[in-house]
Write a protein that binds this ligand. Sequence first.
Ligand SMILES: C[S@@+](CC[C@H](N)C(=O)[O-])C[C@H]1O[C@@H](n2cnc3c(N)ncnc32)[C@H](O)[C@@H]1O
Length: 240
Amino acid sequence: MKKILKHLLEKYKFVRGDLNLHNRTGMLHKCWGHIFSNHLYGDYVEFGVYKGDTLAQSVLQYQQFKTWLENQKKEKEKWRNKVALGSPLNKKIFFHGLDTFQGMPENNEKFFVFDKGNFKASFDDVYKRLNSLDEKVFLYKGLFTETAKQLKNNLSNRKVSIVNIDCDIYSSTVESLSIINDYLQVGSIILLDDYNSFNADNNKGQRKAISEFKNNSNWVIEPFFSYMFSGQSFLICGKR
Ligand SMILES: C[S@@+](CC[C@H](N)C(=O)[O-])C[C@H]1O[C@@H](n2cnc3c(N)ncnc32)[C@H](O)[C@@H]1O
């Protein structure tokens, strides 16, 4: 029954999701809604995958909006058909997930939640889970600095629409921002899942990392919305 209902909802063009939901599903719904309503083409990159919950949900939200786009082509209003047919989002995007899959790396945060080895997950299980979703998902096993080259090879001549930086700590966030810098574009979303960790101390963690990035990169970055317990999203609004 659930399956039939799901199929009908998708067939008859409802995009399921609640804009007022502050959990990760609602957050990803809002992000993909922003991307599809702007017809911004680009890949999804996640730094810090763990068991793949957020990455899997991102694929599902993307697929719902793809169905919406297909349904727009059958609408009675001709301009809708024209817009949908002309959308760059008719081309498939790629999903990329980076993680040690050995848990948190050595770090200086001195916060027991993020101790080395926490958040360990099985690469094989995550690989199976994500590759059953019918989209091209690349997984990169190792420290971000070790797998950056592979990611960049797969991103050559491509841009990113959403970068989800869910790696908790300062050093890993600095690395993620530096790796992804050249692939951002106006309209891209940066998600910082742990923005308000460390009691929202501006001198620690992701707050410190994004504040330095804002000062040192050429991107104009503005806050978008907050989500979950500690998350904050940002929009790339221009280039200096
Ligand atoms: C909170 S978990 C990610 C949660 C995940 N997004 C989810 O959907 O549940 C943080 C992850 O970041 C990874 N991580 C942190 N720093 C890293 C680094 N420098 N290189 C590779 N992985 C890193 C850890 O291994 C851990 O799995």
